[in-house]
Design a protein around this ligand. Sequence first.
Ligand code: FCB
Length: 448
Amino acid sequence: MIDKNFIFPKGFIWGAATASYQIEGAWDEEGKGESIWDRFSHTPGKVYNGDTGDVACDHFHRWPEDLALMKEIGLHAYRFSIAWPRILPAGRGQVNQAGLDIYSRLVDGLLEADIEPYLTLYHWDLPQQLQDEGGWPARTVVDAFCDFADVLSRALGDRVKYWTTLNEPFVSAFVGYEEGRHAPGHTDLHEALGASHHLLLAHGQAVPVIRANVPGAKVGITLNFSPQAAASPSVADRDAANWADGHINRWFLDPLAGRGYPGDMVKGFGDEMEFVQPADLETISTPIDFLGVNYYTRNIARSKDVGEKENAPVTAHPNEEHTEMGWEVYPDGLYNILGRLHFEYGFPAIYITENGAAYKDQVGPDGRVDDPARLSYIKRHLEKVSQAIDIGVPVKGYFAWSLMDNFEWAFGYSKRFGLIYVDFETQKRILKSSAKWYGQVISANALD
Ligand code: FCB
């Protein structure tokens, strides 16, 4: 049963999220071009078990069934992303009408079911052709992104009001171009820095394009946040925590908030950053209507510059509880991040655009999927959202990651994040007990 104290402000939006490459499949159907994730997952050794998104949840064909499940849960809103190469197979230029039609039908279906579409333009599946021209490290991608934003907002702007330009540019730039764990799999810091700048610039340049095409649009961007704790009070560990905070949190937040790139990080990276042109920072800080927050865990930072023997003993330890990703369960981190965003940066509205956990779910002998750990994870994080609202943080909605089990990037199908269980052999879907509980929370918080 739902605790009476678990009641959120009137109008609070309850949703669930997905991303195109993680669920759609149909990777080469109906005129779709190749994306960097198609190329990457087809490259041996890049993704666990050789898994690819070729079929994924087959959502491309089964979306009406998935929509019915969203309805059954009682979602107010659905956050999904657009496969750019479905719309513009070569990244720019020729529009593939069939690709537009698919999303248009999905949007119509959502609205008919009274589910508000929250559209993300870019959740990591860059057209391969643009990568061949240099990808995000090349400035030419910025105009291509604006064309994409223009085509989409013209086509769907009469029905879609909530637009997110990018999902987690940190991951696109640094995991894709410096760490190489994601597409396109490069390992070059200079490229990653250029990519981060062009992602931010593409965002800033696209905001007015969307606003021009969509009357009353709400436009924002989603960042991933991870609070950093120093492993000990040593100067080295505090420096390490500050560095990680600068890299993951401030590198994107500060320029968006009009503060430019954080000086300590620019110095630390020691890069010329010749790709930053005079008016860019102004474009990047174009005011947004909301900030999307993705939160999963915190990080405890230990210096790598000072040897274990010379450093102070570790005094900050993670909680025992971890998810299947190996991520510490740390709900307080969400409260901290929300408080900091509000008091230090002051965005007009915040949505939790992702929060959730992977566990080893199994179908029981009775055909049900019981996932108490996920339910508890979500519940404890929602309690923190509620506490943040109590201290004045303008959190307007919460999207569970994910609506359904899906292709978890380099982990393939080995990590299940869904409220809905997916049997990847048969494509059968089963609502997990967390989905049913989430549905009760939603109905206890009915919109009217
Ligand atoms: C986020 C991504 C999302 C999913 C979750 C677990 O970084 O935005 O696609 O992979 O992590």
